[in-house]
Design a protein around this ligand. Structure first.
Ligand code: NAD
Ligand code: MG
Length: 403
């Protein structure tokens, strides 16, 4: 078949300069395992050299991944797991290291593409180390932007690191945001499944367990982000993430509940057009997009069958039952360190909920009380200020939860 003029229809992805170097931070997690799955699939057509793989408690899986992909170094963030990881990789020639400094060192090794797949604020320092090294950052970790927003993006810009959003909503927006029409963007519409308690009354939500909160109706994800979806704090973080990534005002960010998770998000333009990106709820599409970018390549996810779908539903979110969305809007308007405080308090409250110390509805209460107590603070000009705000938000949230 004749190729269209100017369009190269070969499936070859690699550049002429040899294998592409990739690093996966958080390789043992949900995003990390999906990333390695996509790399495995792409490897049929492109050569990769895996530089660093990192994890934490599950060193058996990390060792198996490092062996399968021939990683240069495997790092566990947990220093106590060093010997177990070392033993599992004995005789392989793969370097082994442990602890947070080792994690940053591995993240800063020259790499062309780095998946930022560590969960929570723990991902900020290693992702930043990777960004400073100048490789492309496939950003799944949303906390980097929620807590350190403009500072993080400024570091990426100064090292020439491209940031490709992997969070499915932001990846969708990235795909439909016409770069030469930025002036005509009216609104960003983030879709939300609504989580497992979408239509539950408040009284019933008060008694839910971490297990039922972690059971997401559509997506298979790590435990913390799944519970964040149930409180809608995940969407709250995503509103702040969108504000930084796409440089829009808080009033331009809308959230709509869309229980089927088929439309991953939308951009509304000045002429009334709304562009949406759709697909099966499978993170490998967003990960594959980021790995193939700026081209597209085959990813083995289930295809949408529109005849089977039959309907797509939409409704406004209920901010009485899900105050997280209001808190995000308030934090964006307040500016300063409010994003870092919101996230730090949320992480502390989420841990307390997982440990059975507080109830489900107490999570939002703890975040709101912490924001009220600390105020937004000044716009940070150093990362230390961000880490300090995170620390004091955790401390304050813990104190207020006990009180
Ligand atoms: P997960 O819990 O499944 O995996 C987290 C990874 O981070 C694991 O490899 C774990 O070992 C590592 N890790 C945990 N704590 C660490 C610490 N203190 N220091 C260093 N490493 C640590 O989480 P996930 O669901 O894969 O999510 C990862 C990130 O991607 C989160 O920020 C999440 O919000 C975002 N995200 C995930 C999905 C998804 O489908 N899972 C979708 C969109 C965005
Ligand atoms: Mg998301």
């Amino acid at each position: 078949m004749q190729a269209l003029a100017g369009i190269d229809d070969s499936e070859e992805l690699s550049s002429v300069s040899g294998p592409r170097r990739v690093t996966v931070l958080g390789a043992t997690g949900s995003i990390g395992r999906n990333t390695l799955d996509v790399i495995r699939h792409f490897s049929a057509r492109e050569d990769f050299r895996v530089v660093a793989l990192t994890g934490m408690a599950n060193v058996e899986l990390l060792a198996a991944q490092a062996i399968e992909f021939g990683a240069e170094i495997a790092v566990t963030a947990d220093e106590e797991k060093y010997h177990a990881l070392k033993a599992a990789l004995a005789g392989t020639g793969i370097e082994v290291a442990a602890g947070s400094l080792a994690l940053e060192e591995a993240a800063s090794r020259p790499s062309d593409w780095v998946m930022a797949g560590i969960v929570g604020i723990a991902g900020l320092a290693p992702t930043l180390a990777a960004a400073r090294a100048g490789g492309t950052i496939a950003l799944a970790n949303k906390e980097c932007l929620v807590s350190a927003g403009d500072l993080f993006l400024a570091e990426c810009a100064s090292s020439g690191s491209a940031v490709l959003p992997v969070d499915s909503e932001h990846n969708a927006i990235f795909q439909v945001l016409e770069q030469n029409q930025r002036h005509a963007v009216e609104r960003i519409i983030l879709t939300a499944s609504g989580g497992p308690f979408r239509d539950w009354p408040m009284a019933r939500m008060a008694d839910v367990t971490p297990q039922s909160a972690a059971a997401h109706p559509n997506w298979s994800m790590g435990m913390k982000i799944s519970i964040d979806s149930a409180t809608m704090f995940n969407k709250a973080l995503e509103m702040i993430e969108a504000r930084h990534l796409f440089a829009v005002e808080p009033g331009q960010i809308e959230v709509v509940i869309h229980p089927q998770s088929v439309i991953h998000s939308m951009v509304g333009y000045a002429d009334g057009s709304v562009l949406a990106q759709m697909g099966s709820p499978d993170m490998r599409t967003a990960i594959g997009f980021a790995l193939a970018w700026p081209r597209r390549a085959h990813v083995p996810v289930e295809r949408l069958d529109f005849a089977k779908l039959s309907r797509l539903d939409f409704e406004a979110p209920d901010e009485q039952r899900f105050p997280a969305l209001r808190l995000a809007r308030e934090a964006m308007t307040a500016g300063g360190l409010a994003g870092a405080i919101l996230n730090g308090a949320k992480e502390a409250a989420l841990d307390a909920f997982i440990e059975g110390k507080i109830g489900f509805l107490d999570i939002a209460r703890a975040v709101e009380d912490t924001l009220d107590h600390l105020g937004p603070g000044e716009e940070p000009d150093t990362l230390e200020a961000v880490f300090e705000a995170d620390r004091s938000a955790r401390e304050t949230a813990l104190k207020l939860m006990v009180a």
